[in-house]
Design a protein around this ligand. Structure first.
Ligand SMILES: Nc1nc2c(ncn2[C@@H]2O[C@H](COP(=O)(O)OP(=O)(O)OP(=O)(O)O)[C@@H](O)[C@H]2O)c(=O)[nH]1
Ligand SMILES: [Mg+2]
Length: 721
């Protein structure tokens, strides 16, 4: 009873003070008979524990704030097929609204631009090699044209013929020697403005299927070429032709066994040269398949594409002369054989190759001097993106592309932190010039076969910036600047341009084309311009999240998340998890009515774009998402139409509408708009723009409008306005 009437404090206070019934309080009680040292240690541990606890609380707080910020942030998903311009649009966003952030990544982009340039050079050399290979013929075996290695240390298999960029005409065009698929283009100065594709003869293309075909039904056939292993030294390899004296001293049998590239060149032409040999002969020797080759497009006959599911009849196939039957007047003859004594002629005819190529020894020497670039590129890409760019192990989305091995695109996996890696590498190269190379081939100089001598010479030629103190010899900046004159000489050479034209190779039209800027980029102090960065090509794999804060505009400080995705078919399933959390989709759709998909050369790009658009429009997760359509690559459409390429040839339902930009854009825009209206589960905001996102100025104006539109819709949705 007394307990019941005892005041509360009298009953419980003593327990609270001593913590007799609270296990935690008991545990925290100092032990009895605690010494001063023990006490100090205990208090120290307690203070550390409470600091950790506070830090965890702060982290949680931060995470909560970040979550709230993210919830309020504007989120945009960039969608579209591969090479449609998604990453380029992202860069425009950053440049327009977060320029400091954009420029802070300059260093990383510098290396990508250098890699793009090296890849251009590689493609150029490859085209020249193929020219060389094809121009060599043995009378007894006209078809023999073995593949040859590109670098002495690590041969790159080259298929012959290399797959053409039949799917890429302007921006990513003809990149190989399968001329029947290349769109013929008028000649243009290599440094001049991009030339539009020529109207005549019309471009032979693989059949285009009905544009309404459901894209899921089409599987990505591997269009990559089969490659043959190299079995013969490359042109321009260290094997030099024998001197005339050596050659004269050989037996007929030994001479007969000599490959053409080891046969000494002809002496200087006589004052009055003999009549020019026809395409079928050189120096009196008959050539069966070297020059003047005509290829038909019989196997790539063009069928028409129809929006209306009607079966279309392929138009009659045309025969397209690809190789000019006569060498161009500017062409200098390749070293060829002197006519042998009559008795030996027959046996030699059987075994010696004859070259009709206009390429000469100076081209070979330049090529040889450029080889270190290939080694640099190979090693750098391996080091940066080992699992992606290692051609032996990678079997991802680029493995089924039209890129020949060795000149495939540089790509980067989302979240790999490649910018940080690159910046670190570039920084260390810039500041630590005395470092030894980190990814050489083991011979200590980073170059294959000891081409680069430690005294700064390559085959006796002094190279600036190598061993004479300008920079590191395994650094792309150093090696590019060392090769600068050779690059310019090769690219400006009318003979080389003639070969490219003859082979239908349009390097200018490829993504990440920088050869016209080589004199600027191959400088020791090169710094990329904003435009360089925007034009740099780096294929996206997976989905990349880019967060940035608006540095200016109506809502400075607002946070934006932009998701940039890889657009090739194998990448598309990765998009879906992002659908339910974005306010807007920017869909990039180049009106590439005459091009084929890289990953499936049977599917027209525009057909694929429309199918993809329809799927996006139908998706229930996106029913409230603002849809913004960028009809991109308007510059390319303009050039294509200006060249006289007829839309109705590819899209019969286009009929006899005028073949000009206004009508073509209106026609396809209405298609996209119609599908949006028809396929969307409910009404939602829809905007469209005509864009050329490599034009940063024009794009920034468009993006201001896009940003305001998205922000307004977003603020309305969260009831702020
Ligand atoms: N001429 C021209 N080229 C463009 C345009 N937009 C993009 N490009 C180029 O097209 C190439 C591909 O652009 P990206 O932005 O990398 O394409 P993507 O859609 O991100 O491609 P993936 O990452 O493979 O999905 C790059 O070399 C760009 O410079 C354009 O409007 N005109
Ligand atoms: Mg991309």
């Amino acid at each position: 009873m007394s307990i019941a009437t005892r005041p509360f404090h009298a009953n419980h206070a003593p327990f609270l003070e001593t913590g007799h019934d609270d296990p935690l309080a008991q545990a925290l009680q100092p032990p009895p008979n605690e010494s001063p040292d023990e006490r100090a240690l205990r208090e120290k541990l307690q203070s550390e524990a409470s600091m950790i606890s506070r830090a965890i609380d702060e982290d949680l707080q931060e995470a909560r704030k970040a979550f709230e910020r993210r919830k309020k942030a504007v989120k945009i998903l960039l969608l579209g097929q591969a090479e449609s311009g998604k990453s380029t649009t992202l860069k425009n966003f950053q440049l327009a609204f977060s320029p400091q952030h954009f420029r802070s990544e300059k260093l990383a982009w510098k290396t990508i631009i250098q890699l793009n340039l090296i890849r251009n050079i590689k493609q150029l050399l490859q085209a020249l090699e193929e020219e060389w290979n094809e121009s060599q013929t043995q009378p007894g075996n006209p078809g023999a044209s073995p593949a040859i290695p590109t670098t002495p240390s690590q041969p790159i298999p080259i298929s012959s013929p290399i797959p053409i960029a039949h799917n890429q005409v302007n921006n990513h065009a003809a990149r190989s020697v399968s001329p029947s698929r290349a769109l013929p283009v008028p000649s243009a100065s290599p440094r001049g403005p991009r030339a539009p594709p020529s109207a005549s003869p019309p471009p032979p293309q693989p059949p285009i299927h009905n544009i309404d075909v459901h894209m899921n039904g089409v599987n990505g056939a591997d269009s990559s070429p089969s490659t043959s292993p190299p079995d013969r030294p490359a042109f321009g390899m260290s094997a030099q032709p024998y001197s005339h004296r050596q050659y004269a001293g050989m037996s007929a049998k030994a001479r007969g066994k000599l490959p053409a590239y080891l046969v000494p060149p002809l002496p200087s032409p006589p004052a009055s040269p003999p009549a020019s040999p026809g395409p079928g002969s050189v120096n009196g020797h008959h050539l069966s398949a070297a020059n003047g080759v005509q290829m038909t497009n019989g196997s790539h006959s063009t069928t028409t594409v129809s929006f209306s599911h009607t079966a279309s009849r392929p138009p009659s196939t045309t025969t397209t002369p690809i190789h000019s039957p006569q060498p161009s007047p500017a062409v200098t003859p390749m070293p060829t054989l002197q006519k042998p004594p009559a008795g030996r002629e027959k046996s030699r005819e059987k075994s010696i190759r004859f070259s009709t190529s206009p390429l000469n020894d100076s081209h070979r020497r330049i090529r040889l001097r450029l080889l270190p670039l290939m080694a640099i590129e190979e090693e750098l890409t391996k080091k940066l993106f080992p699992e992606i760019n290692n051609r032996n192990s990678f079997s991802g989305p680029t493995s089924g592309t039209a890129f020949p091995p060795g000149i495939r695109e540089v790509c980067v996996r989302a979240g790999s932190g490649w910018k940080g890696v690159l910046s670190t590498i570039v920084n260390s190269q810039d500041t630590n010039v005395t470092n030894t190379n980190t990814y050489g081939n083991g011979n200590g100089n980073g170059y294959p076969n000891g081409i680069l001598k430690t005294n700064g010479t390559v085959n006796g030629k002094r190279r600036p910036g190598t061993a004479d103190g300008y920079g590191r010899k395994d650094d792309p900046t150093t090696v590019l600047s060392a090769c600068r004159e050779d690059i310019l000489q090769l690219w400006d050479d009318p003979v080389v341009q003639g070969v490219l034209k003859k082979r239908g190779v349009r390097l200018q039209d490829m993504p990440g084309f920088f050869l016209n800027d080589a004199s600027r980029i191959a400088q020791p102090n090169y710094e990329p311009s904003d435009d360089d960065i925007v034009r740099a090509r780096l294929r996206t794999l997976g989905v990349e999240e880019h967060r940035f804060t608006m540095e200016s505009g109506a809502y400075p400080g607002s946070e934006w998340y932009i998701y940039d995705v890889g657009g090739s078919r194998s990448m598309r399933p990765h998009w879906i998890p992002y659908f339910d959390d974005v306010q807007a989709i920017i869909f990039l759709a180049p009106l590439a009515f005459n091009l084929m998909l890289e990953e499936d050369s049977k599917v027209n790009r525009l057909e694929d774009s429309i199918s993809l658009w329809r799927q996006i429009c139908k998706n229930k997760l996106l029913e409230k998402t603002t849809m913004i359509l960028f009809l991109n690559k308007m510059d390319i459409l303009q050039a294509t139409l200006a060249a006289g390429i007829m839309v109705k040839r590819y899209v019969p339902s286009y009929g006899d509408l005028p073949n000009d930009v206004t009508h073509v854009v209106k026609y396809f825009r209405d298609k996209f708009r119609g599908y949006h209206k028809r396929d969307s589960p409910q009404q939602r905001p829809f905007y469209w723009h005509e864009t050329s996102v490599i034009d940063t100025r024009a794009t920034s104006i468009i993006l201001v409008g896009v940003r305001e539109g998205i922000l307004r819709a977003h603020l309305q949705s969260v009831n702020v306005i």
